[in-house]
Write a protein that binds this ligand. Structure first.
Ligand SMILES: Cc1cc2nc3c(=O)[nH]c(=O)nc-3n(C[C@H](O)[C@H](O)[C@H](O)COP(=O)(O)O)c2cc1C
Length: 194
């Protein structure tokens, strides 16, 4: 079982980093091979819709950090995406990453195009989580859906969608035992293939 964790926070040692590390340590403890990357450490240019990837099956327009991540995505059986909530949505880093998964789609030639995914080649599972400051449900936003829906469209079975509310200060979620326990357990379950 290979588990790849991808963090979308620009803030080092922030709440997203803390939760992602707990998920990955659970997966590792369950015996999985793990990798953890922070998108802030990679230069990822936003997709420009040139459609060159239809022909080339990879992004040949931008030779950037995404080309270090594509092989990791290919190989992983399980993906964990985590993002802070920025203006009700995921961060720009996470959005750029998700859009650059576009080469994995296979489209038909009619309009609107029907789609399938080259990532449906094997059973793949995913977990997504989003951290936000506000606790009022009306402030929750759509960061979880912004990650889970594209992953489902790409062929992942999204097992967990974990909202973490009420955290603003850098890394303060570390003091919340129930969030940390849940994160670890989600990782453990993923790592053991359950
Ligand atoms: C630009 C920006 C936009 C934000 N927008 C929201 C928001 O819409 N809703 C919310 O509850 N929190 C919002 N926050 C707060 C962050 O989601 C919160 O501080 C989170 O813990 C940051 O995660 P991190 O520590 O991993 O960076 C925003 C923070 C920033 C910097």
């Amino acid at each position: 079982m290979k588990v790849l964790g991808i963090g979308g926070s620009p803030r080092v040692n922030g709440n997203t980093d803390v939760i992602l590390a707990a998920i990955i340590s659970g997966a590792e403890e369950a015996g999985a091979e793990t990798d953890l990357v922070h998108l802030r450490d990679y230069c990822i240019t936003p997709c420009i819709g040139c459609e060159q990837c239809r022909k080339d099956l990879t992004c040949s327009r931008f030779l950037d950090g995404m080309h270090l991540l594509y092989p990791m995505v290919d190989e992983a059986d399980a993906l964990v995406l985590g993002s802070p909530t920025y203006n009700y949505n995921v961060t720009a880093e996470m959005k750029a990453f998700i859009d650059r998964l576009y080469p994995y789609y296979i489209f038909s030639d009619d309009r609107p195009r029907k789609y399938s995914s080259r990532l449906s080649d094997k059973s793949r599972i995913a977990t997504v989580f989003a951290v936000c400051e506000q606790t009022d449900p009306s402030e929750k936003g759509f960061a979880l859906e912004a990650m889970s829906r594209p992953l489902a469209a790409l062929g992942y079975e999204v097992r967990d969608k974990f909202p973490v509310k009420g955290y603003f200060d850098r890394g303060s979620v570390r003091g919340d035992e129930s969030v940390m326990k849940k994160a670890y357990e989600m990782g453990y379950r993923m790592g053991s293939g359950r």
